[in-house]
Design a protein. Structure first.
Length: 125
């Protein structure tokens, strides 16, 4: 087996760094298309029971609904205020400091955080 030289180690490190940089640049480009409902890659509707709670989400017609980029989420029929971040991640009023990749994940994170408590309506300003 050939000995690991400094040149080979630096070459391998450079290759790994280049591969990581390519993935980091490609990922945001894929989420850029998700800002418009109906665009390729935009989040679709969902309706499921998660930990005994009914969670639903769907694109809303007519552009932006609050800050949710045209998307509405409900837990047991009560609207969960969601917001789309500039990097394509989602947050909710319940789990504001824990960004997740999709509105469905935001609904699930809110159910986890609520721990069985009822979601109260969030007043619109």
């Amino acid at each position: 087996m050939p000995e690991l030289s400094r040149r080979r180690a630096l070459g391998a490190a450079a290759a790994l760094a280049a591969a990581a940089g390519t993935q980091a640049v490609a990922a945001p480009a894929a989420t850029a298309t998700e800002h418009h409902p109906g665009a390729p890659g935009a989040p679709g509707s969902f309706d499921e029971v998660y930990k005994g709670r009914r969670i639903q989400g769907r694109p809303t017609a007519g552009g932006h609904h609050h800050h949710g980029a045209g998307y509405t989420v409900f837990i047991d029929g009560v609207e969960l205020h969601v917001m789309r971040n500039a990097d394509g991640s989602w947050i909710s009023v319940v789990s504001h400091y824990d960004p997740v990749p999709t509105p469905r994940a935001a609904a699930r994170a809110a159910v986890d955080e609520l721990q069985g408590a009822r979601l109260l309506p969030f007043p619109a300003n």
